[in-house]
Design a protein around this ligand. Structure first.
Ligand code: AOS
Ligand code: ZN
Ligand code: ZN
Length: 389
C-alpha cells in the first residue's frame, strides 16, 4: 500500500497544469464585462499572477499565451521574464475570429485573400513559438455558416485542409499543432471543426505533428467525453485538454465545478492509458474565464480540482478492475471505480504539498500572502482579456 501511495504521490508531483493568460484578465459575456480591481495591464503582469498560482500549487509552471491579446515587441524577453519567475511559456493560441475580415470565416473563407491573411497569422504564431520556445500551436476556428446554402460544406473542408497543410509545413521538429473542435458557436448552422472526428481526420492527414485537443466545454450535453479521450489516446492523437466546466454551452467555468465525476472519469482514461507519462506529451491546459469570481484564487482552485481528479484516478485498483472486467463481474468492476472516486484525497494532496515545501492549503496561503491587496493598489486600469470564450 505504501508503495502504491508513493507512486501516486510521485505522479501527482510530476503532473503539470498549464494556466491561460486570459484567465487572469477581465472577461465577461456578451452582456457585460465586470472589471475587477488589480487585473493585469500587460502580458508581463499576467505572468506575475501565473507565478503566484505556481508558487502556491507547485504544479502550474506553464502559461498559455493568446495572440494578439498577449502581443509584445520581444517574445524572447517575455520567455526570459517567465523563466525568472519559475515559469515557461506554453501553448500559443491563435486568433482568427476578431477581425472584420473574418465575418464569413478565416481559413475556410470563400475568398483566398482572407484565407491568406488567416494562414499568415497562424504562421506568425509559429515564429512566436520559435522565440518563446513553445512547442504547441493551439488552433480553434470560429469558422462555419449560419444558413443552409450559405457556403459549400465540402469546399470549406478543402480550404481548411489546404490552410492547415501550409501551417503544418512551417512547424519545427519539436513543434505541433493542437486542433480544437467545438460543436457550435459562433456559427449556428454548420461549424467547420465541430467534433473530434473532424479534428482527428484532419490531424491524421497532416501527420504526426498534429493532434486533437479536447476542450471539455465543447460538446453537446450527454456526450461521453471519456470515450473520446480513450479513443484518441489509443491512436496517439490526444494532444491535450482545454479544461473547464459547462452547464449549458461553452461556459468556461472552473474545471471540476459542474461535474467532478466526469472529470474523474476522464482522468481515469488518461492515467490508465499512459496519458500521464511524460512521453505521451498530453498537455493539461485550463481554458477558463473568471467573470464574477476572484481570478487568481479561481485558477488555484481549478488546478487543485484537476489534481484531485488525478489523485482519485491514480487510486483506481487496476488489478482488481481488470480481474472484474475479465470475469464479467459488472458490479465489482463498477465498485472498484467508485471506491477510488469516493476516496477523500485531500489529506493525500496536503501531504504531497508539504513534501514539496508548500503550504497544504494553497487558497488560504494565497489569501494570506497579501498579493491580492497589493495588485489592487498597484495596478490601475487593467485590460479586458478579449472576450468571454
Ligand atoms: C473557444 O471557444 C476556444 O475554447 C478557444 O480555445 C479559446 O477559448 C480561445 O481561443 C482563447 O484563446
Ligand atoms: Zn478552448
Ligand atoms: Zn471554448
Amino acid at each position: 500500500m505504501t508503495v502504491v501511495r508513493d507512486a501516486v504521490k510521485a505522479a501527482l508531483k510530476a503532473q503539470t497544469i498549464e494556466t491561460p493568460s486570459w484567465g487572469y484578465g477581465n472577461s465577461g459575456t456578451r452582456f457585460k464585462v465586470f472589471a475587477q480591481p488589480g487585473v493585469p495591464r500587460t502580458p508581463w503582469e499576467k505572468l506575475d499572477d501565473a507565478a503566484k498560482v505556481h508558487e502556491f500549487t507547485g504544479v502550474a509552471p506553464k502559461v498559455s499565451l493568446h495572440i494578439p491579446w498577449d502581443r509584445v515587441d520581444d517574445y524572447a524577453a517575455l520567455a526570459a521574464c517567465a523563466k525568472e519567475r519559475g515559469l515557461e511559456l506554453g501553448a500559443i493560441n491563435s486568433n482568427t475570429f476578431q477581425d472584420d475580415a473574418y465575418r464569413l470565416g478565416s481559413v475556410c473563407h470563400p475568398d483566398a485573400k482572407v484565407r491568406r491573411k488567416a494562414v499568415d497569422h497562424l504562421r506568425e504564431c509559429v515564429d512566436i513559438m520559435d522565440a518563446t520556445g513553445s512547442t504547441d500551436l493551439k488552433l480553434w476556428f470560429a469558422d462555419g455558416t449560419n444558413y443552409p446554402g450559405q457556403d459549400d460544406i465540402v469546399g470549406r473542408q478543402d480550404r481548411l485542409a489546404e490552410s492547415l497543410a501550409e501551417v503544418y509545413e512551417r512547424l519545427g521538429d519539436d513543434q505541433r499543432i493542437l486542433l480544437e473542435y467545438k460543436f457550435f458557436e459562433p456559427a449556428f448552422y454548420t461549424t467547420d471543426v465541430p467534433d473530434w472526428g473532424t479534428s482527428y481526420a484532419h490531424c491524421l492527414r497532416l501527420g504526426p505533428k498534429a493532434q486533437v485537443v479536447v476542450d471539455t466545454g465543447h460538446h453537446a450535453p450527454g456526450t461521453n467525453i471519456e470515450f473520446i479521450v480513450a479513443f484518441l489516446l489509443r491512436e496517439g492523437k490526444l494532444g491535450g485538454f482545454d479544461f473547464n466546466s459547462r452547464f449549458y454551452a461553452d461556459d468556461d467555468l472552473m474545471v471540476g465545478s459542474a461535474d467532478p465525476f466526469q472529470l474523474f472519469r476522464i482522468m481515469h482514461e488518461v492515467t490508465k492509458n499512459g496519458g500521464l507519462d511524460p512521453a505521451s506529451k498530453v498537455a493539461f491546459m485550463l481554458d477558463q474565464c473568471h467573470n464574477i469570481e476572484a481570478k487568481i484564487p479561481a485558477v488555484i482552485r481549478s488546478v487543485m480540482n484537476v489534481q484531485e481528479a488525478t489523485a482519485k484516478a491514480l487510486l483506481v485498483d487496476l488489478d482488481a478492475l481488470t480481474a472484474a472486467q475479465r470475469d464479467g463481474d459488472v458490479l465489482t468492476a463498477n465498485a472498484v471505480l467508485m471506491d477510488a472516486y469516493d476516496t477523500d484525497v485531500r489529506p493525500l494532496l496536503r501531504e504531497v504539498r508539504e513534501e514539496q515545501g508548500l503550504t497544504p492549503d494553497p487558497v488560504a496561503a494565497y489569501a494570506a500572502s497579501g498579493w491580492q491587496e497589493r495588485i489592487a493598489t498597484d495596478r490601475v486600469g487593467g485590460e479586458q482579456a478579449g472576450w468571454g470564450a
